[in-house]
Design a protein around this ligand. Structure first.
Ligand code: LLP
Length: 417
Protein backbone atom coordinates (compact mmCIF):
# COMPACT_ATOMS: atom_id res chain seq x y z
CA UNK A 1 0.00 0.00 0.00
CA UNK A 2 2.12 2.87 1.29
CA UNK A 3 5.25 0.72 1.13
CA UNK A 4 5.28 -1.71 -1.78
CA UNK A 5 7.64 -3.28 -4.31
CA UNK A 6 8.12 -1.99 -7.83
CA UNK A 7 10.39 -4.19 -9.93
CA UNK A 8 11.69 -5.82 -6.74
CA UNK A 9 12.64 -2.49 -5.14
CA UNK A 10 10.78 -1.23 -2.08
CA UNK A 11 9.04 2.10 -2.59
CA UNK A 12 7.67 4.55 -0.03
CA UNK A 13 4.63 5.90 -1.88
CA UNK A 14 6.25 6.95 -5.19
CA UNK A 15 9.88 7.07 -4.07
CA UNK A 16 12.57 4.40 -4.08
CA UNK A 17 13.67 3.58 -0.55
CA UNK A 18 17.13 2.63 -1.79
CA UNK A 19 17.48 6.04 -3.42
CA UNK A 20 16.58 7.71 -0.10
CA UNK A 21 18.93 5.66 2.04
CA UNK A 22 21.79 6.19 -0.41
CA UNK A 23 21.10 9.91 -0.29
CA UNK A 24 20.64 10.33 3.47
CA UNK A 25 22.54 7.44 5.00
CA UNK A 26 21.61 4.47 7.15
CA UNK A 27 19.90 3.94 9.54
CA UNK A 28 17.03 6.08 8.29
CA UNK A 29 13.43 6.58 9.35
CA UNK A 30 10.98 7.09 6.46
CA UNK A 31 7.35 8.10 6.93
CA UNK A 32 4.48 7.99 4.45
CA UNK A 33 2.28 11.05 4.74
CA UNK A 34 -0.57 9.22 3.00
CA UNK A 35 -0.52 6.52 5.68
CA UNK A 36 -0.99 9.18 8.36
CA UNK A 37 -3.80 10.89 6.46
CA UNK A 38 -5.55 7.57 5.92
CA UNK A 39 -5.32 6.52 9.57
CA UNK A 40 -6.69 9.88 10.69
CA UNK A 41 -9.52 9.70 8.14
CA UNK A 42 -10.40 6.21 9.36
CA UNK A 43 -10.80 7.45 12.94
CA UNK A 44 -12.87 10.43 11.78
CA UNK A 45 -15.14 8.25 9.68
CA UNK A 46 -15.50 5.60 12.36
CA UNK A 47 -16.70 8.25 14.84
CA UNK A 48 -18.72 10.38 12.42
CA UNK A 49 -22.12 11.46 13.65
CA UNK A 50 -20.81 11.45 17.22
CA UNK A 51 -19.54 14.64 18.83
CA UNK A 52 -15.89 13.66 19.11
CA UNK A 53 -12.35 14.92 19.07
CA UNK A 54 -9.14 13.08 18.26
CA UNK A 55 -6.13 14.05 20.36
CA UNK A 56 -2.91 12.66 18.93
CA UNK A 57 -0.64 11.24 21.67
CA UNK A 58 2.54 13.22 21.03
CA UNK A 59 4.83 10.67 22.70
CA UNK A 60 4.30 8.20 19.84
CA UNK A 61 6.21 10.42 17.42
CA UNK A 62 6.91 14.01 18.30
CA UNK A 63 8.66 15.26 15.16
CA UNK A 64 7.46 18.82 14.47
CA UNK A 65 6.38 18.07 10.89
CA UNK A 66 4.35 15.06 12.01
CA UNK A 67 2.68 17.17 14.71
CA UNK A 68 2.01 19.89 12.18
CA UNK A 69 0.35 17.43 9.79
CA UNK A 70 -2.01 16.22 12.53
CA UNK A 71 -2.68 19.82 13.55
CA UNK A 72 -3.70 20.65 9.99
CA UNK A 73 -6.00 17.65 9.95
CA UNK A 74 -7.78 19.12 12.97
CA UNK A 75 -6.39 16.90 15.71
CA UNK A 76 -5.84 18.06 19.25
CA UNK A 77 -2.88 16.80 21.28
CA UNK A 78 -2.32 14.68 24.36
CA UNK A 79 0.93 15.73 26.01
CA UNK A 80 2.83 14.42 29.01
CA UNK A 81 5.62 16.94 29.59
CA UNK A 82 6.67 20.56 29.30
CA UNK A 83 8.84 19.51 26.36
CA UNK A 84 5.85 18.11 24.50
CA UNK A 85 3.93 21.30 25.31
CA UNK A 86 6.76 23.37 23.80
CA UNK A 87 6.64 21.22 20.66
CA UNK A 88 2.91 21.56 20.06
CA UNK A 89 3.01 25.30 20.73
CA UNK A 90 5.92 25.57 18.31
CA UNK A 91 3.80 24.15 15.48
CA UNK A 92 0.98 26.58 16.26
CA UNK A 93 -1.51 24.21 17.90
CA UNK A 94 -4.35 25.94 19.68
CA UNK A 95 -3.75 25.67 23.46
CA UNK A 96 -7.45 24.86 23.92
CA UNK A 97 -6.83 21.63 21.98
CA UNK A 98 -4.12 20.45 24.35
CA UNK A 99 -4.72 17.92 27.10
CA UNK A 100 -1.99 17.41 29.69
CA UNK A 101 -1.69 13.82 31.03
CA UNK A 102 0.96 12.16 33.17
CA UNK A 103 1.51 11.10 36.78
CA UNK A 104 4.35 13.42 37.66
CA UNK A 105 3.61 16.93 36.43
CA UNK A 106 6.12 19.31 37.99
CA UNK A 107 5.23 22.68 39.45
CA UNK A 108 6.99 24.41 36.54
CA UNK A 109 5.10 22.31 33.97
CA UNK A 110 1.77 23.09 35.62
CA UNK A 111 2.55 26.82 35.69
CA UNK A 112 3.65 26.74 32.04
CA UNK A 113 0.44 24.94 30.99
CA UNK A 114 -1.77 27.31 33.03
CA UNK A 115 -0.10 30.36 31.52
CA UNK A 116 -0.72 28.97 28.03
CA UNK A 117 -4.41 28.25 28.88
CA UNK A 118 -4.36 24.63 27.79
CA UNK A 119 -7.68 22.82 27.35
CA UNK A 120 -7.49 20.43 30.29
CA UNK A 121 -5.28 18.83 32.93
CA UNK A 122 -5.87 15.10 33.34
CA UNK A 123 -5.20 14.70 37.02
CA UNK A 124 -3.81 11.47 38.41
CA UNK A 125 -3.81 12.06 42.19
CA UNK A 126 -5.17 14.33 44.92
CA UNK A 127 -1.72 15.81 45.71
CA UNK A 128 -1.42 16.74 42.02
CA UNK A 129 -4.81 18.45 42.16
CA UNK A 130 -3.73 20.43 45.23
CA UNK A 131 -0.62 21.53 43.38
CA UNK A 132 -2.69 22.63 40.38
CA UNK A 133 -5.04 24.53 42.72
CA UNK A 134 -2.18 26.38 44.38
CA UNK A 135 -0.48 27.25 41.07
CA UNK A 136 -3.80 28.39 39.58
CA UNK A 137 -4.43 30.58 42.64
CA UNK A 138 -0.94 32.06 42.42
CA UNK A 139 -1.39 32.87 38.71
CA UNK A 140 -5.02 33.93 39.17
CA UNK A 141 -6.38 31.34 36.75
CA UNK A 142 -9.01 28.63 36.76
CA UNK A 143 -7.71 25.19 35.86
CA UNK A 144 -9.98 22.96 33.75
CA UNK A 145 -9.50 19.39 34.96
CA UNK A 146 -10.53 15.79 34.44
CA UNK A 147 -9.56 12.97 36.73
CA UNK A 148 -7.89 10.07 35.02
CA UNK A 149 -9.78 7.20 36.60
CA UNK A 150 -8.31 3.75 36.83
CA UNK A 151 -11.07 1.33 35.83
CA UNK A 152 -9.14 -1.78 36.94
CA UNK A 153 -9.33 -3.66 33.66
CA UNK A 154 -6.95 -6.44 32.70
CA UNK A 155 -5.56 -6.33 29.19
CA UNK A 156 -3.52 -8.75 27.19
CA UNK A 157 -0.46 -6.64 26.43
CA UNK A 158 3.11 -6.45 27.65
CA UNK A 159 3.12 -5.73 31.43
CA UNK A 160 5.23 -2.60 30.86
CA UNK A 161 2.49 -1.00 28.77
CA UNK A 162 -0.70 -2.02 30.58
CA UNK A 163 -1.87 0.76 32.80
CA UNK A 164 -5.50 0.19 33.77
CA UNK A 165 -5.02 -2.25 36.65
CA UNK A 166 -5.27 -1.25 40.30
CA UNK A 167 -1.65 -2.15 40.91
CA UNK A 168 -0.39 0.35 38.31
CA UNK A 169 0.72 3.85 39.21
CA UNK A 170 -1.82 5.50 36.90
CA UNK A 171 -5.04 7.32 37.68
CA UNK A 172 -7.34 7.44 40.71
CA UNK A 173 -9.51 4.46 41.71
CA UNK A 174 -12.84 4.70 39.93
CA UNK A 175 -14.72 3.91 43.16
CA UNK A 176 -13.45 7.08 44.82
CA UNK A 177 -14.01 9.27 41.74
CA UNK A 178 -17.35 10.79 42.78
CA UNK A 179 -15.97 11.95 46.10
CA UNK A 180 -12.84 13.36 44.44
CA UNK A 181 -14.89 15.27 41.87
CA UNK A 182 -17.09 16.78 44.57
CA UNK A 183 -14.08 17.85 46.60
CA UNK A 184 -12.37 19.21 43.48
CA UNK A 185 -15.47 21.21 42.55
CA UNK A 186 -15.32 22.94 45.93
CA UNK A 187 -11.82 24.30 45.25
CA UNK A 188 -11.82 27.94 44.12
CA UNK A 189 -9.49 27.65 41.12
CA UNK A 190 -10.49 24.23 39.80
CA UNK A 191 -13.18 23.50 37.26
CA UNK A 192 -13.92 19.77 36.72
CA UNK A 193 -15.03 19.37 33.13
CA UNK A 194 -14.09 15.89 31.93
CA UNK A 195 -13.56 12.24 32.78
CA UNK A 196 -10.53 10.41 31.43
CA UNK A 197 -8.93 7.00 31.34
CA UNK A 198 -6.20 5.20 29.44
CA UNK A 199 -6.08 1.48 30.08
CA UNK A 200 -2.86 0.65 28.30
CA UNK A 201 -1.25 0.37 24.92
CA UNK A 202 -1.12 -2.08 22.00
CA UNK A 203 -4.50 -3.59 22.89
CA UNK A 204 -5.80 -5.86 20.16
CA UNK A 205 -9.18 -6.75 21.69
CA UNK A 206 -12.22 -4.50 21.86
CA UNK A 207 -13.69 -5.82 25.13
CA UNK A 208 -11.33 -3.93 27.45
CA UNK A 209 -12.22 -0.64 25.72
CA UNK A 210 -15.89 -1.55 25.88
CA UNK A 211 -15.70 -2.28 29.60
CA UNK A 212 -13.77 0.91 30.24
CA UNK A 213 -16.20 3.03 28.22
CA UNK A 214 -19.20 1.56 30.06
CA UNK A 215 -17.56 2.38 33.38
CA UNK A 216 -16.83 5.94 32.22
CA UNK A 217 -20.41 6.40 31.02
CA UNK A 218 -21.77 5.17 34.38
CA UNK A 219 -19.47 7.57 36.19
CA UNK A 220 -20.57 10.38 33.87
CA UNK A 221 -24.22 9.69 34.81
CA UNK A 222 -23.30 9.70 38.49
CA UNK A 223 -21.45 13.01 38.20
CA UNK A 224 -24.28 14.64 36.24
CA UNK A 225 -26.76 13.53 38.87
CA UNK A 226 -24.49 15.00 41.54
CA UNK A 227 -24.80 18.36 39.74
CA UNK A 228 -21.40 18.54 38.05
CA UNK A 229 -21.09 19.91 34.57
CA UNK A 230 -18.98 17.39 32.66
CA UNK A 231 -18.34 18.13 29.01
CA UNK A 232 -16.12 15.33 27.82
CA UNK A 233 -15.37 11.66 28.27
CA UNK A 234 -11.89 10.58 27.22
CA UNK A 235 -11.38 6.91 26.44
CA UNK A 236 -7.61 7.37 26.05
CA UNK A 237 -5.45 5.70 23.45
CA UNK A 238 -4.18 2.17 23.25
CA UNK A 239 -5.63 0.63 20.11
CA UNK A 240 -3.24 -2.00 18.71
CA UNK A 241 -2.54 -2.56 15.05
CA UNK A 242 -4.39 -5.86 14.63
CA UNK A 243 -7.87 -4.49 15.32
CA UNK A 244 -9.49 -2.28 12.72
CA UNK A 245 -10.13 1.35 13.53
CA UNK A 246 -13.56 0.84 11.99
CA UNK A 247 -14.58 -1.87 14.48
CA UNK A 248 -13.19 0.20 17.36
CA UNK A 249 -15.33 3.15 16.20
CA UNK A 250 -18.38 0.92 15.74
CA UNK A 251 -18.00 -0.36 19.31
CA UNK A 252 -17.85 3.22 20.63
CA UNK A 253 -20.86 4.30 18.57
CA UNK A 254 -22.84 1.32 19.85
CA UNK A 255 -22.08 1.93 23.55
CA UNK A 256 -22.71 5.67 23.26
CA UNK A 257 -26.03 5.20 21.40
CA UNK A 258 -27.27 2.88 24.15
CA UNK A 259 -26.23 5.38 26.77
CA UNK A 260 -27.86 8.27 24.90
CA UNK A 261 -31.23 6.54 25.22
CA UNK A 262 -30.86 6.92 28.97
CA UNK A 263 -29.47 10.46 28.92
CA UNK A 264 -30.79 12.06 25.72
CA UNK A 265 -30.54 15.62 27.04
CA UNK A 266 -26.84 15.49 27.91
CA UNK A 267 -24.38 17.12 25.51
CA UNK A 268 -20.83 16.01 25.71
CA UNK A 269 -17.87 15.15 23.49
CA UNK A 270 -16.09 11.85 23.24
CA UNK A 271 -12.32 12.19 23.14
CA UNK A 272 -9.80 9.55 22.13
CA UNK A 273 -6.02 9.80 22.34
CA UNK A 274 -4.51 7.41 19.81
CA UNK A 275 -0.77 7.41 19.23
CA UNK A 276 0.30 4.11 17.73
CA UNK A 277 -2.81 3.55 15.58
CA UNK A 278 -2.27 6.93 13.89
CA UNK A 279 1.42 6.74 13.12
CA UNK A 280 2.99 3.27 13.57
CA UNK A 281 2.19 1.92 10.11
CA UNK A 282 3.31 5.18 8.50
CA UNK A 283 6.94 4.59 9.44
CA UNK A 284 9.72 2.22 8.45
CA UNK A 285 13.29 2.04 9.72
CA UNK A 286 15.89 1.30 7.06
CA UNK A 287 19.11 -0.37 8.07
CA UNK A 288 22.16 -1.70 6.22
CA UNK A 289 23.48 -5.22 6.65
CA UNK A 290 27.07 -4.89 7.84
CA UNK A 291 27.87 -8.57 8.29
CA UNK A 292 26.38 -12.03 7.98
CA UNK A 293 27.90 -14.16 10.72
CA UNK A 294 27.51 -17.84 11.52
CA UNK A 295 28.14 -19.26 15.01
CA UNK A 296 27.67 -23.00 15.41
CA UNK A 297 24.23 -23.52 13.95
CA UNK A 298 23.06 -19.96 14.39
CA UNK A 299 23.10 -17.23 11.78
CA UNK A 300 23.25 -13.56 12.60
CA UNK A 301 22.41 -10.68 10.35
CA UNK A 302 24.31 -7.78 11.91
CA UNK A 303 22.82 -4.44 10.88
CA UNK A 304 23.71 -0.81 11.50
CA UNK A 305 20.54 0.04 13.45
CA UNK A 306 20.45 -0.92 17.10
CA UNK A 307 18.36 -0.73 20.23
CA UNK A 308 19.27 2.94 20.46
CA UNK A 309 17.34 3.53 17.19
CA UNK A 310 14.48 1.13 17.95
CA UNK A 311 14.21 -0.15 21.50
CA UNK A 312 10.84 -1.92 21.25
CA UNK A 313 12.17 -5.45 20.51
CA UNK A 314 14.72 -5.22 23.34
CA UNK A 315 12.35 -3.63 25.86
CA UNK A 316 9.05 -5.41 25.17
CA UNK A 317 10.11 -8.29 22.91
CA UNK A 318 7.97 -6.50 20.35
CA UNK A 319 7.67 -8.12 16.93
CA UNK A 320 8.31 -6.00 13.84
CA UNK A 321 8.22 -7.44 10.35
CA UNK A 322 11.57 -7.13 8.58
CA UNK A 323 11.66 -7.12 4.79
CA UNK A 324 14.42 -6.52 2.23
CA UNK A 325 14.66 -3.22 0.39
CA UNK A 326 15.59 -5.23 -2.72
CA UNK A 327 14.02 -8.66 -3.31
CA UNK A 328 17.06 -10.68 -4.33
CA UNK A 329 17.23 -14.25 -5.62
CA UNK A 330 19.96 -15.03 -3.11
CA UNK A 331 19.62 -18.23 -1.04
CA UNK A 332 17.37 -18.09 1.97
CA UNK A 333 18.58 -18.36 5.54
CA UNK A 334 17.08 -17.95 9.00
CA UNK A 335 18.75 -15.14 10.91
CA UNK A 336 18.61 -13.29 14.18
CA UNK A 337 18.71 -9.66 13.06
CA UNK A 338 20.90 -7.87 15.61
CA UNK A 339 22.36 -4.41 16.07
CA UNK A 340 25.93 -3.27 16.69
CA UNK A 341 25.41 -2.35 20.34
CA UNK A 342 27.33 -4.16 23.05
CA UNK A 343 24.32 -5.80 24.69
CA UNK A 344 22.83 -9.24 24.13
CA UNK A 345 19.40 -7.64 24.20
CA UNK A 346 20.27 -5.59 21.13
CA UNK A 347 18.15 -7.42 18.60
CA UNK A 348 15.56 -6.22 16.10
CA UNK A 349 14.07 -9.57 15.14
CA UNK A 350 14.68 -13.22 15.90
CA UNK A 351 14.50 -16.23 13.58
CA UNK A 352 13.70 -14.27 10.44
CA UNK A 353 13.88 -15.93 7.06
CA UNK A 354 15.65 -13.62 4.66
CA UNK A 355 17.32 -13.80 1.30
CA UNK A 356 20.09 -11.24 1.67
CA UNK A 357 23.79 -10.47 1.28
CA UNK A 358 26.16 -8.11 3.05
CA UNK A 359 25.61 -4.50 2.03
CA UNK A 360 21.88 -4.98 1.39
CA UNK A 361 19.29 -2.87 3.15
CA UNK A 362 16.41 -4.07 5.31
CA UNK A 363 13.18 -2.28 6.25
CA UNK A 364 11.78 -2.74 9.75
CA UNK A 365 8.06 -2.15 9.50
CA UNK A 366 5.48 -0.39 11.69
CA UNK A 367 8.12 1.73 13.36
CA UNK A 368 6.46 5.14 12.99
CA UNK A 369 5.31 5.01 16.63
CA UNK A 370 7.68 4.70 19.60
CA UNK A 371 10.64 4.33 17.26
CA UNK A 372 12.39 7.66 16.94
CA UNK A 373 10.59 9.07 19.99
CA UNK A 374 12.29 6.42 22.19
CA UNK A 375 15.67 6.61 20.48
CA UNK A 376 18.79 7.34 22.51
CA UNK A 377 22.47 8.05 22.01
CA UNK A 378 23.61 4.85 23.75
CA UNK A 379 27.04 3.74 22.55
CA UNK A 380 27.53 7.33 21.32
CA UNK A 381 25.48 6.74 18.24
CA UNK A 382 24.05 9.85 16.53
CA UNK A 383 20.27 9.80 16.00
CA UNK A 384 19.08 8.77 12.54
CA UNK A 385 17.62 11.18 10.01
CA UNK A 386 13.86 11.25 9.39
CA UNK A 387 12.32 11.64 5.94
CA UNK A 388 8.69 12.38 5.13
CA UNK A 389 7.43 11.16 1.79
CA UNK A 390 4.33 12.14 -0.11
CA UNK A 391 3.69 10.77 -3.58
CA UNK A 392 6.86 11.64 -5.51
CA UNK A 393 8.11 14.26 -3.08
CA UNK A 394 10.19 13.93 0.05
CA UNK A 395 11.42 16.20 2.81
CA UNK A 396 14.11 15.83 5.46
CA UNK A 397 12.15 16.43 8.66
CA UNK A 398 15.13 15.78 10.91
CA UNK A 399 18.68 15.66 9.68
CA UNK A 400 21.14 13.03 10.81
CA UNK A 401 23.11 14.04 13.86
CA UNK A 402 26.86 14.53 13.64
CA UNK A 403 29.43 13.30 16.14
CA UNK A 404 29.78 16.90 17.35
CA UNK A 405 26.05 16.91 18.19
CA UNK A 406 26.75 14.03 20.56
CA UNK A 407 28.83 16.12 22.92
CA UNK A 408 27.72 19.64 22.05
CA UNK A 409 26.25 20.19 25.54
CA UNK A 410 29.18 18.73 27.43
CA UNK A 411 31.87 20.83 29.13
CA UNK A 412 35.41 19.53 28.95
CA UNK A 413 37.00 20.07 32.34
CA UNK A 414 40.58 19.16 32.87
CA UNK A 415 40.35 17.69 36.38
CA UNK A 416 44.00 16.96 36.75
CA UNK A 417 45.04 20.53 36.00
N1 LLP B 1 -2.86 8.59 26.28
C1 LLP B 1 -2.08 8.37 27.35
C2 LLP B 1 -2.40 9.00 28.63
C3 LLP B 1 -0.96 7.52 27.24
O1 LLP B 1 -0.19 7.29 28.30
C4 LLP B 1 -0.67 6.91 25.99
C5 LLP B 1 0.48 6.02 25.84
C6 LLP B 1 -1.51 7.20 24.89
C7 LLP B 1 -2.60 8.03 25.08
C8 LLP B 1 -1.27 6.63 23.52
O2 LLP B 1 -1.32 5.25 23.51
P1 LLP B 1 -1.26 4.45 22.11
O3 LLP B 1 -2.50 4.77 21.34
O4 LLP B 1 -0.06 4.89 21.40
O5 LLP B 1 -1.16 3.02 22.51
N2 LLP B 1 6.40 2.74 24.39
C9 LLP B 1 5.36 1.74 24.29
C10 LLP B 1 4.00 2.37 24.37
C11 LLP B 1 3.79 3.17 25.62
C12 LLP B 1 2.49 3.92 25.63
C13 LLP B 1 2.41 4.85 26.78
N3 LLP B 1 1.21 5.65 26.81
C14 LLP B 1 5.54 0.96 23.00
O6 LLP B 1 6.53 1.17 22.31
O7 LLP B 1 4.76 0.06 22.71
Amino acid sequence: MFFSYQDKFLFAEGISVRMLVELYGSPLYIYSQQAMLDAYAQFSQALSGLSHHIHYAVKANSNLSILSAFNQLGAGFDIVSGGELARVLEIGASPQNIIFSGVGKSQAEIAQALSEHIGCFQVESWPELERIQSEAARLDKTAPIAFRVNPDIAIDSHPYISTGLKENKFGVPIESALELYLQAASLPNISPMGIACHIGSNIDALEPFEQALDKLLDLFAELIEAGLSIQYINLGGGLGLKTSIQSYGAMIQDRVQKFKHRYPEENWTLIIEPGRALIAEAGILITKIEYLKTMDEKHFCIVDAGMNDLIRPALYEAFHDIIPVYQSEHFTQTYDVVGPICETGDFLGKQRTLSVSMGDYLAILSTGAYGMSMASHYNSRPLAAEILVHENKHWVIRSKESYRDLFAKEQLINLLG
